[in-house]
Design a protein around this ligand. Structure first.
Ligand code: NI
Length: 252
């Protein structure tokens, strides 16, 4: 089931059988010359929706939290970011809304490495607020929060290594661009050559330094390797891992 295209009675019925929800969470930031700005929000959303199509009775997919922490990409047009403090505040409000209905297992399915520290900080903020609340266990449910990065399943990592032995990279990766091409084949780009073929590696800090060190936006990658067919293999692998992982999470 998908929350944005469900009714409130649908969600009411879901809560009688499960208190788990999956929230795709990403970012709106440049992804090099041939990757979409929404890549990091699209990838977890595409995989989660595919998983839901395979197991509609087992998964409830929430709305995508599509803007995250991307300040370092702001020198590239189209990037939109939240400050970490804003993102934490928004995640607290999303969580409190869901808790009010009875969801006590919230699984954040992440598509952006730059979100990881802030998602974990948001979890700490949410748990701290509950710890300061003097009410006992008899008056409120437990709350389980989980972050999982879509590429971080062992099966997905080994598949990506097999498809892209060279130039997979760490930003604007071949795999993430391929996943978006699978879902939007009509927008797949015929690539012009990128120079250098494999982008440089390095550390990041602010937006100006990022553009200076990584002028076309890529880090360590050759996303000209991306195509829709390979993207479909990656989506299938990650979706099956997601179904299994959420089932384990729901039984905790
Ligand atoms: Ni990305």
């Amino acid at each position: 089931m998908r929350l944005p295209v469900s009714t409130w009675p649908d969600i009411d019925a879901w809560l009688k059988q499960s208190t788990t929800i999956v929230i795709p969470i990403g970012s709106m930031e440049q992804h090099g010359p041939n990757g979409f700005l929404g890549t990091d929000a699209l990838c977890p959303e595409i995989i989660a929706n595919h998983a839901e199509s395979l197991a509609p009775d087992e998964l409830l997919i929430g709305p995508t939290f599509s803007v995250g922490c991307a300040q370092h990409h702001l020198d590239f047009p189209g990037t939109i970011t939240l400050r970490p403090s804003t993102m934490i505040a928004a995640m607290v409000d999303w969580t409190d809304s869901l808790l009010r209905h009875g969801f006590d297992r919230i699984y954040w399915f992440n598509g952006h490495g730059g979100n990881i520290a802030t998602i974990e900080a948001a979890f700490s903020e949410i748990h701290a607020r509950r710890s300061f609340d003097p009410r006992g266990a008899d008056t409120r449910p437990d709350l389980w929060l989980q972050r999982r990065d879509w590429w971080d399943f062992a099966e997905v990592m080994s598949l990506c290594k097999q498809i892209y032995p060279q130039g997979h990279g760490s930003h604007a990766t071949a795999s993430e661009v391929a996943v978006t091409y699978w879902a939007h084949p009509e927008r797949e780009r015929q690539h012009t050559a990128m120079s250098p073929k494999i982008a440089p590696n390095g550390s990041i800090s602010d937006a100006v330094r990022y553009r200076r060190d990584f002028p076309d936006g890529r880090i360590g990658s050759d996303p000209t390797q991306a195509n829709a067919a390979d993207g479909g293999r990656i989506v299938a692998a990650s979706a099956q891992c997601l179904i299994d992982d959420v089932a384990r999470f729901g039984r905790r």
